[in-house]
Design a protein around this ligand. Structure first.
Ligand code: CP3
Length: 347
C-alpha cells in the first residue's frame, strides 16, 4: 500500500515540484471512449448513469485502465445539485442540459435544501466504492460546480451565449439573486463535505462561466461564494486540498487565488504561461492548460505544446491537465500519446 503522502498529485498540491508532473484530464470519462458509450447505453439516460454507483464507478475507472492517470475524478455532473434541490432537469441528446428556469425569489420557493442528500446519496456511494477500487498511487477527486456557474444553468434554463436572464437578475435584484447563491453555497458545502467523508481526497470547484462577469461582480458572485465554501469545508476538514477553476477570468485570477483560500488553481487555455509561472505559481500550485482541441488534433502540434507547458510550469508545483474538458471528438490514441509523453518524463 502506497503511503498517501507519496501520491504525486497530493505532493504537487502540497507545493512540491515533483520529478514529473502528475496528470489527469478534465472530463476524462466520457463519450470519446467506446466503453463509456457502451456503459452509458446500458444505464439508459445520463442522470441514471450518475445515480448508479456501480456504473458510475465503472466509467470513472475506464480512463484509468487505459491511461493510468494520477487522479480519478468522481463521475457525476455539476447539475446534480439543482436536481437535488428539486428543479426539473433533463439532458437532451445533442442539446445538453435543459432545466425549468428559476428567475425570481418567488421561483426559489420551489427549491428545497433540506432533502438534497436523499437524491445525492448514490453519489456518495460511488465515492466510497472508488476510494477502495482506484490504484494505490491514484488520488480521488470529488467535485462540484461553483454557485455562479450552476446558477447560470438554473436561471437561463440551458447553456447560454449571453447570460441575459442571470445578469439581469444579478444586476437588478442583487438581494434576491443573492438568496439563490446563498442556497447554492450551503448545498455545495454540504455536498462536498459528504464526498470527503466518503473518501474524496481533493475537491475541485468548476467555475466554467466565471469569465463572463466584470471584475466587481466577479468578486461578489465568484470570489466571495467560493471563499465561503472553502471556509465551510475547512471548518470540518482543515487540511482539505481544494482546486479552483475560474475559467476565463484573465488577470483577475490573482484576486481569486489570494482571496478564496484555494490550495491550487486550474489555468484555462488562454492563460499566458510565462506570466502564470511568475505571478500565479509563486502563490499556489497550478494545473492546466493544454487546449482540448490540440488533443483532438494530436501529432507534432500537440506534442510541441505539451513540451512548452511542462518546460514553463514544470519547475514549480504543477499538475498537467487541459484548459477545459475533453470533447467527444477526441481520438483515444491521442490521449494515449499524451499519457506516454508525460509518464516518460519520470526517468
Ligand atoms: O471529468 C470527469 O470525467 C467527471 C465527470 C464530469 C461531467 N461533467 C460528466 C458529463 C464533470 C467534472 C462535469 C462537469 C461539468 N458539467 C461542467 C464544468 C466543467 C466544464 O466542462 O465546463 C459543466 C458546465 C457541466 C454541465 C454539463 N453536463 C453540460 C453543459 C453537459 C452537456 C454538454 C456535453 O458535454 O455533453 C453535461 C453532460 C455531461 N456531463 C456529459 C458527461 C460525460 C455528457 C453526457 C452524455 O454522456 O451524454
Amino acid at each position: 500500500m502506497t503511503n498517501p503522502e507519496d501520491k504525486l498529485m497530493l505532493r504537487a498540491l502540497k507545493g512540491e515540484t515533483t520529478p514529473r508532473p502528475p496528470f489527469w484530464l478534465m472530463r476524462q470519462a466520457g463519450r470519446y471512449l467506446p466503453e463509456y458509450r457502451k456503459t452509458r447505453a446500458e444505464a439508459g439516460n445520463f442522470l441514471d448513469l450518475c445515480y448508479n454507483p456501480v456504473l458510475a464507478e465503472e466509467v470513472t475507472l475506464q480512463p484509468l485502465r487505459r491511461y493510468g492517470m494520477d487522479a480519478a475524478i468522481l463521475f457525476a455532473d455539476i447539475l446534480l445539485i439543482p436536481d437535488a434541490l428539486g428543479q426539473p432537469l433533463a439532458y437532451k441528446e445533442g442539446e445538453g442540459p435543459v432545466l425549468d428556469p428559476v428567475r425570481s425569489v418567488e421561483d426559489l420557493k420551489k427549491l428545497n435544501l433540506e432533502f438534497i442528500h436523499t437524491t445525492l446519496e448514490p453519489v456518495y456511494e460511488t465515492v466510497e466504492r472508488l476510494s477502495k477500487s482506484i490504484p494505490d498511487d491514484c488520488t480521488l477527486i470529488g467535485f462540484a460546480g461553483a454557485p455562479w456557474t450552476v446558477a447560470t444553468y438554473m436561471v437561463e434554463g440551458h447553456g447560454s451565449k449571453d447570460y441575459v436572464h442571470i445578469k439581469k437578475w444579478a444586476y437588478g435584484d442583487p438581494e434576491g439573486f443573492g438568496q439563490l447563491i446563498d442556497m447554492l453555497v450551503e448545498a455545495t458545502i454540504s455536498y462536498l463535505g459528504k464526498q470527503v467523508e466518503a473518501g474524496a481526497e481533493v475537491v475541485q470547484i468548476f467555475d466554467t462561466w466565471a469569465g463572463v462577469l466584470p471584475d466587481d461582480m466577479l468578486r461578489k458572485w465568484v470570489v466571495e461564494p467560493t471563499k465561503r465554501i472553502i471556509e465551510g469545508l475547512r471548518r470540518q476538514y482543515p487540511e482539505l486540498p481544494v482546486i479552483g477553476f475560474p475559467k476565463g477570468v484573465g488577470g483577475n485570477i490573482i484576486d481569486f487565488v489570494t482571496q478564496t483560500g484555494v490550495t491550487a488553481v486550474s489555468l484555462d487555455t488562454g492563460t499566458r504561461l510565462e506570466w502564470a509561472a511568475r505571478e500565479v505559481q509563486s502563490l499556489v500550485p497550478v494545473q492546466g492548460n493544454l487546449d482540448p482541441i490540440l488533443l483532438v488534433n494530436g501529432g507534432p502540434a500537440m506534442e510541441a505544446r505539451i513540451e512548452t507547458i511542462i518546460d514553463t510550469l514544470g519547475h514549480g508545483p504543477f499538475i498537467f491537465n487541459l484548459g477545459h474538458g475533453i470533447i467527444p471528438q477526441t481520438p483515444p490514441e491521442n490521449v494515449e500519446k499524451l499519457s506516454r509523453l508525460i509518464r516518460h518524463r519520470l526517468t
